[in-house]
Ligand binder design. Structure first.
Ligand code: UT7
Length: 333
Protein backbone atom coordinates (compact mmCIF):
# COMPACT_ATOMS: atom_id res chain seq x y z
CA UNK A 1 0.00 0.00 0.00
CA UNK A 2 1.27 3.41 -0.92
CA UNK A 3 1.15 6.56 1.16
CA UNK A 4 1.18 10.11 -0.12
CA UNK A 5 3.61 12.77 0.96
CA UNK A 6 3.81 16.50 0.34
CA UNK A 7 7.13 17.09 -1.40
CA UNK A 8 6.70 20.69 -2.63
CA UNK A 9 4.85 23.80 -1.48
CA UNK A 10 4.36 27.24 -3.00
CA UNK A 11 2.13 30.26 -2.72
CA UNK A 12 1.40 33.46 -4.58
CA UNK A 13 -0.48 36.56 -3.43
CA UNK A 14 -1.08 39.77 -5.41
CA UNK A 15 1.19 42.73 -4.54
CA UNK A 16 -1.71 45.07 -3.83
CA UNK A 17 -2.17 45.42 -0.04
CA UNK A 18 -5.55 46.72 1.14
CA UNK A 19 -5.54 47.81 4.79
CA UNK A 20 -8.56 48.22 7.04
CA UNK A 21 -8.07 51.98 6.79
CA UNK A 22 -8.24 51.70 2.99
CA UNK A 23 -11.61 49.95 3.36
CA UNK A 24 -12.92 52.66 5.68
CA UNK A 25 -12.63 55.05 2.73
CA UNK A 26 -14.93 52.81 0.66
CA UNK A 27 -17.57 51.93 3.28
CA UNK A 28 -18.67 52.66 6.82
CA UNK A 29 -16.19 50.46 8.69
CA UNK A 30 -13.05 50.90 10.77
CA UNK A 31 -9.81 49.18 11.70
CA UNK A 32 -10.93 48.62 15.30
CA UNK A 33 -14.13 46.74 14.35
CA UNK A 34 -12.37 44.54 11.80
CA UNK A 35 -9.43 43.66 14.03
CA UNK A 36 -11.55 43.06 17.09
CA UNK A 37 -14.04 40.74 15.33
CA UNK A 38 -11.74 38.96 12.87
CA UNK A 39 -8.07 39.64 13.64
CA UNK A 40 -7.54 40.87 10.06
CA UNK A 41 -5.21 43.86 9.57
CA UNK A 42 -4.88 43.76 5.79
CA UNK A 43 -5.55 41.57 2.78
CA UNK A 44 -4.34 41.31 -0.82
CA UNK A 45 -6.76 42.30 -3.56
CA UNK A 46 -5.99 41.86 -7.25
CA UNK A 47 -5.66 45.26 -8.93
CA UNK A 48 -8.45 45.73 -11.44
CA UNK A 49 -7.15 45.44 -14.97
CA UNK A 50 -4.07 43.42 -13.96
CA UNK A 51 -5.50 40.34 -15.68
CA UNK A 52 -4.75 38.17 -12.63
CA UNK A 53 -7.32 35.41 -11.94
CA UNK A 54 -7.69 32.31 -9.78
CA UNK A 55 -6.09 30.25 -12.56
CA UNK A 56 -3.14 32.58 -13.13
CA UNK A 57 -2.38 32.86 -9.40
CA UNK A 58 -2.78 29.10 -9.03
CA UNK A 59 -0.35 28.52 -11.89
CA UNK A 60 2.22 30.83 -10.26
CA UNK A 61 1.95 29.03 -6.91
CA UNK A 62 2.13 25.69 -8.74
CA UNK A 63 5.33 26.65 -10.54
CA UNK A 64 7.04 27.32 -7.21
CA UNK A 65 5.73 24.08 -5.66
CA UNK A 66 6.88 22.00 -8.65
CA UNK A 67 10.32 23.61 -8.59
CA UNK A 68 10.71 23.00 -4.85
CA UNK A 69 9.63 19.37 -5.21
CA UNK A 70 12.58 18.68 -7.49
CA UNK A 71 10.18 17.41 -10.18
CA UNK A 72 9.39 18.97 -13.53
CA UNK A 73 5.93 19.80 -14.87
CA UNK A 74 6.17 16.69 -17.05
CA UNK A 75 6.37 14.47 -13.95
CA UNK A 76 2.93 15.58 -12.76
CA UNK A 77 0.18 12.99 -13.44
CA UNK A 78 -2.95 14.87 -12.37
CA UNK A 79 -4.23 18.26 -11.24
CA UNK A 80 -6.81 18.97 -8.52
CA UNK A 81 -7.85 22.64 -8.30
CA UNK A 82 -10.01 23.95 -5.44
CA UNK A 83 -11.77 27.28 -5.85
CA UNK A 84 -15.12 29.02 -5.42
CA UNK A 85 -14.07 31.81 -7.74
CA UNK A 86 -13.32 30.18 -11.11
CA UNK A 87 -12.31 32.38 -14.07
CA UNK A 88 -15.20 31.00 -16.12
CA UNK A 89 -18.54 29.39 -15.38
CA UNK A 90 -17.03 26.42 -17.19
CA UNK A 91 -14.55 24.91 -17.87
CA UNK A 92 -12.80 24.89 -14.50
CA UNK A 93 -9.45 26.30 -13.45
CA UNK A 94 -7.63 22.95 -13.49
CA UNK A 95 -7.59 22.77 -17.27
CA UNK A 96 -6.39 26.35 -17.45
CA UNK A 97 -3.41 25.56 -15.24
CA UNK A 98 -2.66 22.56 -17.48
CA UNK A 99 -2.49 25.02 -20.37
CA UNK A 100 -0.74 27.89 -18.55
CA UNK A 101 2.05 25.57 -17.39
CA UNK A 102 2.20 23.83 -20.76
CA UNK A 103 1.73 20.43 -19.15
CA UNK A 104 1.06 17.14 -20.95
CA UNK A 105 -2.61 16.17 -21.49
CA UNK A 106 -3.04 14.92 -17.91
CA UNK A 107 -6.40 14.90 -16.15
CA UNK A 108 -7.57 18.00 -14.31
CA UNK A 109 -10.36 18.14 -11.74
CA UNK A 110 -11.98 21.15 -10.07
CA UNK A 111 -13.23 20.88 -6.50
CA UNK A 112 -16.13 23.14 -5.46
CA UNK A 113 -16.02 23.03 -1.69
CA UNK A 114 -15.36 26.62 -0.66
CA UNK A 115 -13.44 26.98 2.63
CA UNK A 116 -12.96 23.22 2.86
CA UNK A 117 -11.86 23.07 -0.78
CA UNK A 118 -8.20 22.42 -0.11
CA UNK A 119 -8.97 19.70 2.46
CA UNK A 120 -11.27 17.97 -0.05
CA UNK A 121 -8.73 18.42 -2.85
CA UNK A 122 -5.94 16.94 -0.76
CA UNK A 123 -8.17 14.02 0.20
CA UNK A 124 -9.05 13.30 -3.45
CA UNK A 125 -5.38 13.41 -4.43
CA UNK A 126 -4.46 11.18 -1.48
CA UNK A 127 -6.95 8.51 -2.61
CA UNK A 128 -5.61 8.54 -6.19
CA UNK A 129 -2.10 8.02 -4.87
CA UNK A 130 -3.03 5.36 -2.35
CA UNK A 131 -4.79 3.27 -5.01
CA UNK A 132 -1.68 3.46 -7.18
CA UNK A 133 -3.43 5.31 -10.01
CA UNK A 134 -1.17 8.37 -9.93
CA UNK A 135 2.28 9.13 -8.60
CA UNK A 136 2.61 12.93 -8.47
CA UNK A 137 -0.41 15.21 -8.13
CA UNK A 138 -0.53 18.99 -8.23
CA UNK A 139 -3.08 20.23 -5.68
CA UNK A 140 -4.03 23.90 -5.86
CA UNK A 141 -6.25 26.23 -3.83
CA UNK A 142 -6.79 29.68 -5.30
CA UNK A 143 -9.31 32.48 -4.90
CA UNK A 144 -10.08 35.78 -6.59
CA UNK A 145 -12.67 37.15 -4.18
CA UNK A 146 -12.23 40.88 -4.51
CA UNK A 147 -13.84 41.19 -7.95
CA UNK A 148 -17.09 39.67 -6.67
CA UNK A 149 -17.62 41.45 -3.34
CA UNK A 150 -20.13 44.16 -2.49
CA UNK A 151 -17.58 46.84 -1.58
CA UNK A 152 -20.03 49.22 0.05
CA UNK A 153 -21.55 49.69 3.51
CA UNK A 154 -24.33 47.32 2.41
CA UNK A 155 -21.80 44.49 1.99
CA UNK A 156 -19.38 45.32 4.80
CA UNK A 157 -20.26 42.31 6.98
CA UNK A 158 -18.76 40.06 4.31
CA UNK A 159 -16.45 42.08 2.09
CA UNK A 160 -13.93 43.10 4.80
CA UNK A 161 -13.17 39.45 5.49
CA UNK A 162 -12.09 38.07 2.14
CA UNK A 163 -8.73 38.23 0.37
CA UNK A 164 -7.17 36.96 -2.87
CA UNK A 165 -4.32 34.47 -3.17
CA UNK A 166 -3.21 30.98 -4.10
CA UNK A 167 -1.20 28.05 -2.82
CA UNK A 168 -0.10 24.73 -4.25
CA UNK A 169 1.27 21.41 -3.05
CA UNK A 170 2.83 18.47 -4.83
CA UNK A 171 1.54 15.23 -3.36
CA UNK A 172 3.72 12.29 -4.22
CA UNK A 173 3.72 8.51 -3.81
CA UNK A 174 5.81 7.13 -0.97
CA UNK A 175 6.37 3.64 0.37
CA UNK A 176 7.15 4.82 3.89
CA UNK A 177 3.90 4.10 5.77
CA UNK A 178 5.04 6.02 8.86
CA UNK A 179 5.06 9.40 7.08
CA UNK A 180 2.75 11.45 4.91
CA UNK A 181 -1.03 11.78 4.99
CA UNK A 182 -2.31 9.47 7.73
CA UNK A 183 -6.01 10.15 7.20
CA UNK A 184 -8.60 12.54 5.82
CA UNK A 185 -12.16 13.04 7.08
CA UNK A 186 -14.80 14.93 5.07
CA UNK A 187 -18.31 16.08 5.97
CA UNK A 188 -21.20 18.15 4.69
CA UNK A 189 -24.63 19.38 5.81
CA UNK A 190 -26.43 20.79 2.80
CA UNK A 191 -29.46 22.02 4.72
CA UNK A 192 -27.31 25.03 5.67
CA UNK A 193 -26.25 25.79 2.09
CA UNK A 194 -27.96 29.18 2.09
CA UNK A 195 -26.23 30.43 5.27
CA UNK A 196 -23.09 31.25 3.27
CA UNK A 197 -23.82 31.47 -0.39
CA UNK A 198 -23.56 33.22 -3.73
CA UNK A 199 -26.81 32.31 -5.45
CA UNK A 200 -26.49 34.59 -8.41
CA UNK A 201 -24.43 33.28 -11.26
CA UNK A 202 -26.29 30.10 -12.09
CA UNK A 203 -27.90 28.74 -15.20
CA UNK A 204 -31.09 28.14 -13.23
CA UNK A 205 -31.45 31.77 -12.22
CA UNK A 206 -29.43 34.34 -14.04
CA UNK A 207 -31.20 34.56 -17.36
CA UNK A 208 -34.79 34.93 -16.19
CA UNK A 209 -34.18 36.78 -12.94
CA UNK A 210 -31.06 38.87 -13.21
CA UNK A 211 -30.87 40.20 -16.70
CA UNK A 212 -33.20 43.09 -15.95
CA UNK A 213 -32.32 43.43 -12.29
CA UNK A 214 -28.76 44.68 -11.88
CA UNK A 215 -29.24 45.50 -8.17
CA UNK A 216 -30.09 41.92 -7.28
CA UNK A 217 -28.00 41.14 -4.18
CA UNK A 218 -27.76 37.44 -4.90
CA UNK A 219 -24.75 38.10 -7.09
CA UNK A 220 -22.87 38.93 -3.89
CA UNK A 221 -21.87 36.58 -1.10
CA UNK A 222 -24.41 36.39 1.70
CA UNK A 223 -23.32 35.09 5.09
CA UNK A 224 -25.25 34.52 8.30
CA UNK A 225 -22.03 35.29 10.20
CA UNK A 226 -23.06 34.41 13.74
CA UNK A 227 -24.66 31.11 12.70
CA UNK A 228 -21.61 30.20 10.62
CA UNK A 229 -19.30 31.10 13.50
CA UNK A 230 -21.20 28.95 16.00
CA UNK A 231 -21.21 25.95 13.66
CA UNK A 232 -17.54 26.47 12.78
CA UNK A 233 -16.23 26.17 16.33
CA UNK A 234 -18.21 22.96 16.93
CA UNK A 235 -17.32 21.29 13.62
CA UNK A 236 -13.64 22.27 13.78
CA UNK A 237 -13.33 20.62 17.18
CA UNK A 238 -15.26 17.49 16.14
CA UNK A 239 -13.33 16.86 12.95
CA UNK A 240 -9.92 17.40 14.56
CA UNK A 241 -10.78 14.81 17.24
CA UNK A 242 -12.22 12.47 14.60
CA UNK A 243 -8.94 12.59 12.68
CA UNK A 244 -6.73 12.16 15.74
CA UNK A 245 -8.78 9.30 17.18
CA UNK A 246 -8.82 7.45 13.84
CA UNK A 247 -5.05 7.30 14.15
CA UNK A 248 -5.03 6.44 17.86
CA UNK A 249 -3.58 9.85 18.58
CA UNK A 250 -4.56 12.58 21.01
CA UNK A 251 -4.28 16.35 21.17
CA UNK A 252 -1.04 15.89 23.14
CA UNK A 253 0.56 14.36 20.03
CA UNK A 254 -0.19 17.40 17.86
CA UNK A 255 2.82 19.55 16.87
CA UNK A 256 1.23 22.00 14.44
CA UNK A 257 -2.41 22.91 13.84
CA UNK A 258 -3.15 24.85 10.66
CA UNK A 259 -6.79 25.92 10.60
CA UNK A 260 -8.64 27.40 7.65
CA UNK A 261 -8.15 31.14 8.14
CA UNK A 262 -11.80 32.16 8.49
CA UNK A 263 -11.53 34.33 11.55
CA UNK A 264 -8.74 34.62 14.14
CA UNK A 265 -11.39 34.33 16.88
CA UNK A 266 -12.41 30.89 15.58
CA UNK A 267 -8.76 29.70 15.57
CA UNK A 268 -8.26 31.10 19.07
CA UNK A 269 -11.43 29.36 20.31
CA UNK A 270 -10.14 26.01 19.03
CA UNK A 271 -6.67 26.73 20.42
CA UNK A 272 -8.12 27.43 23.88
CA UNK A 273 -10.41 24.42 23.75
CA UNK A 274 -7.53 22.06 23.02
CA UNK A 275 -5.12 23.97 25.29
CA UNK A 276 -2.60 24.45 22.48
CA UNK A 277 0.41 26.74 22.90
CA UNK A 278 0.90 29.64 20.47
CA UNK A 279 3.73 27.79 18.73
CA UNK A 280 1.37 24.86 17.99
CA UNK A 281 -1.05 26.96 15.90
CA UNK A 282 -0.22 28.85 12.72
CA UNK A 283 -2.31 31.86 11.69
CA UNK A 284 -1.71 34.42 8.95
CA UNK A 285 -5.23 35.82 8.50
CA UNK A 286 -3.85 39.09 9.89
CA UNK A 287 -2.00 39.60 6.58
CA UNK A 288 -4.24 37.95 4.03
CA UNK A 289 -7.83 37.89 5.31
CA UNK A 290 -9.89 34.82 4.50
CA UNK A 291 -8.71 33.37 1.19
CA UNK A 292 -11.16 30.44 1.36
CA UNK A 293 -9.77 27.40 -0.55
CA UNK A 294 -6.31 29.00 -0.64
CA UNK A 295 -6.01 29.78 3.07
CA UNK A 296 -4.76 26.45 4.42
CA UNK A 297 -2.23 25.91 1.67
CA UNK A 298 -0.89 29.48 1.93
CA UNK A 299 -0.59 29.03 5.71
CA UNK A 300 1.02 25.60 5.37
CA UNK A 301 3.53 26.97 2.88
CA UNK A 302 4.44 29.92 5.13
CA UNK A 303 4.71 27.71 8.23
CA UNK A 304 7.06 25.40 6.33
CA UNK A 305 9.07 28.34 4.92
CA UNK A 306 9.46 29.72 8.44
CA UNK A 307 10.71 26.29 9.59
CA UNK A 308 7.83 25.87 12.01
CA UNK A 309 7.22 22.34 10.73
CA UNK A 310 9.96 19.78 11.29
CA UNK A 311 10.54 16.30 10.03
CA UNK A 312 8.38 13.86 12.00
CA UNK A 313 5.93 16.52 13.28
CA UNK A 314 2.23 15.70 13.53
CA UNK A 315 0.46 18.36 11.46
CA UNK A 316 -3.31 18.78 11.58
CA UNK A 317 -5.19 20.74 8.91
CA UNK A 318 -8.89 21.51 9.41
CA UNK A 319 -11.52 23.62 7.68
CA UNK A 320 -15.16 24.59 7.92
CA UNK A 321 -17.25 26.70 5.59
CA UNK A 322 -19.98 27.15 3.02
CA UNK A 323 -22.03 24.09 2.23
CA UNK A 324 -21.71 23.59 5.13
CA UNK A 325 -18.66 21.46 4.48
CA UNK A 326 -15.83 20.61 6.82
CA UNK A 327 -12.92 18.24 7.11
CA UNK A 328 -9.50 17.44 8.49
CA UNK A 329 -6.22 16.03 7.27
CA UNK A 330 -3.71 14.43 9.63
CA UNK A 331 -0.13 14.41 8.36
CA UNK A 332 3.06 12.93 9.79
CA UNK A 333 5.61 15.31 8.22
O1 UT7 B 1 -14.62 31.05 5.83
C1 UT7 B 1 -15.95 30.64 5.78
C2 UT7 B 1 -16.51 30.52 7.11
N1 UT7 B 1 -16.77 31.82 7.64
C3 UT7 B 1 -16.67 32.03 8.92
O2 UT7 B 1 -16.34 31.14 9.65
C4 UT7 B 1 -17.08 33.40 9.44
C5 UT7 B 1 -17.88 33.26 10.70
N2 UT7 B 1 -18.44 34.51 11.18
C6 UT7 B 1 -17.68 35.55 11.59
O3 UT7 B 1 -16.48 35.49 11.52
C7 UT7 B 1 -18.37 36.74 12.22
O4 UT7 B 1 -19.74 36.46 12.36
C8 UT7 B 1 -18.19 38.08 11.40
C9 UT7 B 1 -16.74 38.55 11.54
C10 UT7 B 1 -18.54 37.85 9.96
C11 UT7 B 1 -19.11 39.16 11.94
O5 UT7 B 1 -18.89 39.35 13.32
P1 UT7 B 1 -20.12 39.43 14.32
O6 UT7 B 1 -19.55 39.66 15.63
O7 UT7 B 1 -20.96 38.20 14.12
O8 UT7 B 1 -20.87 40.75 13.84
P2 UT7 B 1 -22.39 40.95 13.36
O9 UT7 B 1 -22.55 40.47 11.96
O10 UT7 B 1 -23.29 40.40 14.40
O11 UT7 B 1 -22.49 42.52 13.33
C12 UT7 B 1 -22.39 43.30 14.55
C13 UT7 B 1 -22.55 44.75 14.20
C14 UT7 B 1 -23.79 45.07 13.35
O12 UT7 B 1 -24.29 46.32 13.76
P3 UT7 B 1 -25.53 46.42 14.78
O13 UT7 B 1 -26.66 45.70 14.10
O14 UT7 B 1 -25.08 45.73 16.04
O15 UT7 B 1 -25.72 47.88 14.92
C15 UT7 B 1 -23.24 45.18 11.94
O16 UT7 B 1 -24.03 46.00 11.13
O17 UT7 B 1 -21.44 45.22 13.41
C16 UT7 B 1 -21.91 45.82 12.20
N3 UT7 B 1 -20.94 45.54 11.14
C17 UT7 B 1 -19.86 46.29 10.90
N4 UT7 B 1 -19.40 47.42 11.47
C18 UT7 B 1 -18.26 47.94 11.00
C19 UT7 B 1 -20.92 44.47 10.29
N5 UT7 B 1 -19.84 44.53 9.50
C20 UT7 B 1 -19.16 45.65 9.86
C21 UT7 B 1 -17.97 46.25 9.40
N6 UT7 B 1 -17.55 47.39 10.00
N7 UT7 B 1 -17.23 45.70 8.43
Amino acid sequence: MYTSKIIGLGHFVPDNIVTNDDLSKLMDTNDEWIQERTGIKERRWIKEGSGETSSSMGAKAAKIAIERSGLTKDDIDFIVFATLSPDMYFPGCGVQVQDLLDMPTIGALDVRNQCSGFIYALSVADQFIKTGMYKNILVIGSEYHSGGLDISTRGRGVSVIFGDGAGAAILSRSEDATKGILSTHLHSEGKHARELVVEGPSIARWVPEYKNNPDDLSYYPYMNGTFVFKNAVVRFSEVIMEGLQANNLGVEDLDMFIPHQANLRISQFVQRKFKLRDDQVFNNIQKYGNTTAASIIIALTEAWEQKKIKDGDLVVLAAFGSGFTWGSVIIRW
